[in-house]
Design a protein around this ligand. Sequence first.
Ligand code: 6PG
Length: 231
Amino acid sequence: MTQEDKIRWFVIEESTALIKAAADLILASAQCAILEHDRFSLVLAGGTTPREVYERLAQSDAQWDKWHLYYGDERCLPSDDDERNSEMVRATGLSEKVAAHFSIPAELGAERAAEEYESLIESALPFDLVLLGMGEDGHTASLFPGYEIDDSRFVVPVHDAPKPPPDRVSLTPKALGQCNEMMVLVTGAAKADALRRWVSGEELPVSRVTSSAQGPVTVLTDQRQALDPEK
Ligand code: 6PG
């Protein structure tokens, strides 16, 4: 499968429709995974884009006792800080629904949290579905342009991140790519330039991660212009 074959690009300009499509795709992925191996291991994206998708999931009917939630990255803040990705997920009601919720212990500091989470996820690989967002600079998880990625590891500490807070923990392409499916949610005009650069073949953290994916990648975006510049 070439890189181009691996990625399916979907433009959904209406935000409620995009949120519904993302949630429905995740629920369908869960049903297949549970049928196949009686478990659904899902890596959650942080940031703000996925919040309404998680709210919709939490209101859905699913075999929650088979769902295992992980995180693609976390910010080094106290565990109850509103800016934590795990707090964003908790506020949507999703983490309370599932059988197993494995947050990254980023309150311990980046190095220690990376070590602890690495040993936890090694036994969880491969993931069934990895969800990702993308920043305006093409970053994903907490993998930022111009920052070396230690691809010998599954989880790495991140310092001096350009997106606050500066200290973070992130899964690497080596971990994120070990998945049966990957989904990237990219919404908002602010992301259009990075999306255009991605589509034109520029190497960005997001493209480095998607090209590491073992399974198909679905990109859902509301930015038609970025994908079809002629239109
Ligand atoms: C984080 C996220 C990060 C996020 C992108 C997009 O911790 O900030 O993991 O990678 O997915 O920055 O963020 P928004 O969804 O808020 O635009």
